[in-house]
Design a binder for this molecule. Structure first.
Ligand code: NAI
Ligand code: PYR
Ligand code: MG
Length: 565
């Protein structure tokens, strides 16, 4: 009978569950709880009689009530809190509701409202979710991961964050790590059907430099400044070593690390285990997907693009890397491709003779003889005539009317991607971009944007958020049990998303729409699994990856539950 153990229940070959839990313990387990949908037989066998109101409801009826309750919440933050409480109570109902109203609820569970939820994590705190690992207790990592109660082959995915750069809102300590890891995992399940019983969100608490948190009596994390250097590296290493030893099949996802750690960590582990950094690689790949759509509209090949990236941190350089590689595939050598990308950060245009360049910025630094060191965005746009302007700076309004109009004077269809999150960090408002360019701008933003009508044409603005890509990437890696996440797999994912859109009509969206997220993720997963096989990185052979992806996707449906014995 015992196929696999899920905490305190096992799955049976007919897709039901057997549990030794009874009574309130069943109702308090969000993976088992069906609330008023327990049948009469289940109520009897699981000792639930009298613990639930008499009615027996369907999942649909429950979802209808929950949606009405959701609608009565006064603010987006209240809606987020309501949905987390629902997830803590009944995961099937939570995912059913989320799946039924994905376009409406994704911005509440995830970006942009997740930023507000993270800021108020300690104040709103009601109950824990996932695992909290502390740099002050490195020896406790194994114990904490063991306490989750999952066996060696029962974990597919672990999302971890140290919360140094949460979205574009900076350092949010333990609540940032816990909140973003849980938010990203909710998207994994809603988008790609990653089994919510086989994942672990991890907050890596290394302290925080956010003084408001340190001085907040309600703060729930370690109350000291952020630890850096050798102790930090030892902590990350202990986490990776322990997690991969205990759960050898799990993929490790890194989210919202600061620029000094994100790339270093990825480079240390990428050749050894299945792991990826979403902000660098997921973002780079989804932006590449949108760019592939945009260059079909402009009919200018990749190798002829000139790209200005404003904000040369984790995401900005991740995007630059993917665009450079796409130019190389289009015929340029690596150096020529790199030269077609201009990176601007706080000190202005990055140049070789600048002190304090980060190692990952160095390849893009302009040669000293160009004598362009430190130029501001407006001047760079004037001199370079970029075909693409990408914003990953967190600087709201950085793409001013003057700058965008200057760009639009030099190219017919300027590609402008204000990607910073949440909404109050966006480099430009898409409606303004269309107005300033008289509808010529090809736009993608990090947050969802409603369609915009300009001069009689309705423009669907793409959401270039890594959420359109990482769930399918993860699913593809899981079904193929990939040993590594390779550049080829990221490219396959980007091309799969890019191939899903028809950009031929005026105002067409550069990326598929969020309500098709399950379809997008399935398509990405198949492409990724095929690529893993192609590169000999798959640990299982898939005769029919399309069917395997469908079969692997967890569905928010109630299972029949039997009592053990
Ligand atoms: N759409 C998407 O899928 C994603 C969007 N992002 C967004 O990108 C933004 C940056 O995120 P990360 O790269 O993780 O942060 P980061 O901290 O690694 O990078 C931000 C960079 O912007 C630079 N910057 C700040 N102020 C600037 C200014 N006035 N002028 C020029 N450069 C300036 C910083 O020095 C830093 O290098 C965030 O808002 C984040 O939400 C990040 C990942 C995915
Ligand atoms: C979307 C995302 O990963 C970020 O803004 O950090
Ligand atoms: Mg992120």
């Amino acid at each position: 009978m015992n196929q696999r153990r899920h905490r305190d229940f096992v799955e049976t070959p007919d897709g039901g569950y057997v549990t030794s839990e009874v009574g309130l313990a069943v109702l308090e387990n969000p993976l088992l709880n069906k609330d008023t949908a327990f049948t009469r037989e289940e109520r009897e066998s699981l000792a639930l009689d009298g613990l639930i109101p008499p009615v027996v409801e369907t999942l649909e009826e429950q979802a209808g009530r929950a949606y009405a309750q959701y609608g009565r919440q006064p603010t987006d933050l209240a809606k987020n809190v309501f949905l987390s409480a629902l997830q803590d109570r009944n995961e099937v109902l939570f995912y059913r509701l989320l799946g039924d109203h994905l376009r409406e609820m994704l911005p509440v569970v995830y970006d942009p409202t997740v930023a507000q939820a993270i800021k108020s994590y300690s104040r709103e705190y009601r109950r824990p979710r996932g695992v909290y690992l502390s740099i002050d207790d490195i020896g406790g990592i194994e114990r904490a991961l063991r306490n989750v109660g999952l066996g060696a082959d029962e974990v597919d995915l672990i999302v971890a964050s140290d919360a140094e750069q949460i979205l574009g809102i900076g350092d949010w300590g333990v609540g940032g790590g816990a909140g973003i890891a849980a938010g990203k995992l909710a998207v994994y399940t809603a988008a790609a059907g990653i089994d919510p019983g086989r994942v672990i969100p991890v907050a890596l608490d290394v302290g925080t430099d956010n003084e408001a948190l340190l001085n907040d009596p309600l703060y729930v994390g370690e109350r000291h400044s952020r630890v850096r250097g050798e102790r930090y590296d030892d902590f990350i290493d202990a986490y990776v070593t322990t997690a991969t030893r205990m759960f050898p099949g799990a993929m490790l996802h890194w989210e919202d690390f600061g620029p000094s750690n994100a790339r270093r960590i990825l480079e240390r582990y990428t050749g050894r285990i299945p792991t990826f950094n979403d902000d660098m690689q997921g973002t780079g790949a989804i932006v590449l997907a949108a760019v592939l759509g945009a260059v079909r509209v402009t009919d200018t090949p990749m190798r002829e693009q000139r790209v200005v990236v404003f904000g040369a941190g984790t995401a900005g350089v991740g995007v630059a890397d993917q665009l450079r590689d796409a130019m190389v595939r289009d015929g340029l050598d690596r150096q020529a491709a790199t030269r077609r990308i201009w990176l601007i950060d706080k000190p202005g245009l990055l140049a070789e003779d600048m002190p304090d360049l980060r190692d990952f910025q160095q390849p893009y630094a302009r040669p000293a003889q160009e004598d362009v060191r430190g130029l501001g965005l407006a001047e760079v746009v004037r001199r370079v005539s970029p075909t693409m302007l990408v914003g990953t700076s967190t600087v709201h309004g950085a793409f001013t009317e003057e700058i965008v109009k200057a760009m639009a004077e030099q190219v017919d269809r300027p590609i402008v991607f204000p990607l910073s999150n949440p909404t109050d960090r966006m480099e430009a408002n898409p409606a303004d971009l269309l107005r300033w360019t008289d509808g010529r701008a090809l736009i993608a933003a990090g947050v969802p944007v409603s369609p915009i009508t300009h001069n009689g044409v309705t423009y669907a603005v793409a959401q270039a958020n890594n959420a359109l890509l990482y769930p399918g990437l993860g699913l593809g890696a899981i079904v193929s049990r990939a040993r590594r996440i390779s550049d080829g797999m990221l490219q396959a994912a980007a091309e799969a998303v890019g191939g899903m859109v028809d950009v031929s009509s005026p105002g067409a969206c550069l990326l598929p729409q969020v309500e098709n997220l399950r379809e997008i993720s399935a398509t990405v997963a198949v492409a990724v699994a095929r690529q893993a096989a192609e590169e000999d990185l798959a640990r299982v052979e898939l005769d029919d990856p399309i069917q395997r992806v469908q079969d692997t996707m967890w569905q928010p449906k109630y299972r029949r539950i039997h009592a053990n014995g």
